[in-house]
Design a protein around this ligand. Structure first.
Ligand SMILES: Cc1cc2nc3c(=O)[nH]c(=O)nc-3n(C[C@H](O)[C@H](O)[C@H](O)COP(=O)(O)O)c2cc1C
Length: 499
């Protein structure tokens, strides 16, 4: 059964021994994130934290806060109500294998059709728990409450994460937008900086779908409806971060993962839809005639602060929430952090799609130190010359893999999730000049090392065994391995010795 609410997910984490309840009041300004940082750095990601009494400027909030709820492989699997992420990935892969696509475009189309066939299509309902309590701020609304009774963004326990941050940020927001031309919906996770009780930043980066939708509204000069929601089924934030192709509805994937259609309600002050079981919804708009505003600084995934940059301003027209809402949050910073597990689950889930396009790919890993796309390891079954280069170029051309700074391609017998194994092959199997390539492409806008925002160079290493057809004329030596029969016998003796 799908989670009916975020609280239900927290209960299941509690039952699994994955939740620490903190009853001591903790400040939303740095204290909660300092605690979460310690917990996230524990081996395997530590446990989730439920902060029962978060304080905002010294005053206890009416809403508890949960953090690090997706920050381990076990909790990611629990969020899908699955045995393991592997099991979910295998099921998704077998759905696609029913009729193998002939190319990338068809693979994407097939994924959409496959998800729809699984009754994953979202459905509209008339009312939802996310609108149990309504605060409207839109002009002319009769329901506008008097200011003092009106909970605003400043009453939600939104975190200031790091000392140099430009303010408080919603760190797990699911941002809903629509393409004004096609009506296609998108849900992306773009951090939200709180400017005041009714205005925020809108940090959709240059290459993201929200920004593409925004560009169309800026071009035609009309007000852009945007809704932000947090909480509800834990599949939602995962889907908002997943690198789905533009045009594929994140609620379709969420419905597939939770094995139940996502129920959507109409927003009260714009024409967007949000999940009925979300905890908080912030409705509003971006006005394309308004100048961009400086957003940041923000202690980011990169382990450094991203400096101030101009981004659109979001105006709140309504805040709705559950009566017993819990505010979900995360913190990003020097890895490993909670987002490492979210990203790793994404890669595992989408591996079958990469394999559809490149059947020789055995596995892909984004090590925590590479902060998503800085460093990507790929193992392949190599059968012909220069195949490693085909893989790097192919992946640089696939969605958000375009951000990859360094690729290391290794042979199929390497476990790419073991960084030490990959580095060993990189050092042992490469002649630096012959086995590397430098090229150019779009860069992650968060990358502070590039000369200009959003563009940079990329490097690929071919750490596979070299073939004669690649111009390598010497014999390739065998890797050292012990005789398996001897190993079996000696391992028994060794285990007794070490007792
Ligand atoms: C915790 C977290 C915070 C994120 N914050 C941002 C952000 O502020 N801006 C952004 O463009 N992407 C951010 N991302 C990455 C996007 O959510 C991700 O690229 C997603 O696939 C974008 O969706 P889209 O392709 O539908 O635009 C964040 C990811 C995570 C896990």
């Amino acid at each position: 059964m799908a989670y009916a609410s975020f609280r239900e997910f927290l209960d299941s984490l509690d039952q699994a021994g994955e939740l620490i309840k903190v009853s001591e009041p903790l400040a939303t300004e740095l204290e909660i994130t300092a605690l979460a940082d310690l917990e996230m750095k524990q081996p395997g990601g530590g446990r989730a934290l439920l902060i029962e009494k978060p304080t905002v400027n010294g005053v206890e909030s009416q809403f508890p806060l949960a953090i690090n709820t997706l920050g381990s492989f076990k909790r990611m699997a629990l969020s899908f109500q699955a045995e393991s992420i592997q099991a979910v990935a295998e099921e998704l892969g077998s759905l696609m294998k029913a009729k193998p696509p002939t190319g990338a475009r068809e693979a994407i189309k097939l994924l959409g059709t496959a998800l729809e066939l699984r009754h994953a299509k979202p459905k509209m309902v008339r009312s939802g728990a996310c609108q149990e309590v309504v605060h409207r701020f839109d002009e002319g609304s009769e329901e506008v409450p008097i200011a003092s009774e009106c909970p605003s963004l400043l009453d939600i326990p939104i975190l200031k994460c790091w000392p140099e941050d430009g303010g408080r940020f919603i760190t797990l927001p699911c941002v809903v937008t629509k393409d004004p031309d096609t009506g296609e919906r998108n849900v992306g996770m773009y951090r939200i900086q709180i400017y005041d009780s009714q205005t925020t930043g809108m940090h959709w980066q240059l290459q993201k779908v929200g920004a593409r939708h925004g560009k169309r509204y800026y071009e035609n000069g009309t007000r852009m409806p945007v809704s932000i929601f947090v909480g509800g089924d834990p599949a939602y934030p995962f889907c908002a971060t997943a690198p789905l192709p533009d045009g594929l509805d994140e609620f379709l994937l969420a419905g597939y993962l939770r094995k139940k259609s996502v129920e959507l309600v109409k927003c009260l002050t714009n024409d967007l839809e949000v999940p009925a079981n979300a905890d908080f919804v912030i409705e509003g708009y971006v006005d394309p005639t308004e100048p961009l505003r400086q957003e940041g600084p923000f202690g980011d995934h990169t382990g450094y602060y991203t400096l101030k940059e101009p981004y659109p301003v979001f105006h709140v027209t309504a805040i709705t929430h559950r009566k017993k809402a819990v505010y979900p949050a995360t913190i990003v910073g020097i890895p490993p952090m909670e987002d490492f597990y979210i990203g790793a689950a994404s890669v595992q889930l989408f591996l079958p799609i990469f394999q559809m396009n490149f059947p020789e790919i055995v596995d892909i890993a984004l090590p925590a130190e590479g902060v998503f796309h800085n460093l990507v390891f790929v193992s392949i079954k190599k059968t012909y010359p220069m195949q490693a280069y085909k893989i790097m170029h192919g992946l640089w051309g696939m969605g958000q893999m375009m951000f990859t700074k360094y690729f290391v391609i290794v042979d199929e017998d390497v476990d790419v999730h073991d960084t030490s194994q990959v580095l060993f092959r990189l050092c042992a199997n490469t002649d630096p000049k012959r086995d590397s390539i430098v090229t150019k492409g779009p860069a992650d806008v968060l990358d502070h090392a590039t000369d200009a925002i959003g563009m940079g160079s990329k490097m690929g290493f071919d750490a596979t065994r070299k073939l004669p057809g690649e111009g390598f004329q010497r014999p390739w030596p065998p890797i050292i391995k012990m005789d398996p029969v001897v190993t079996e016998k000696i391992e028994k003796i060794w285990s007794e010795l070490s007792r």
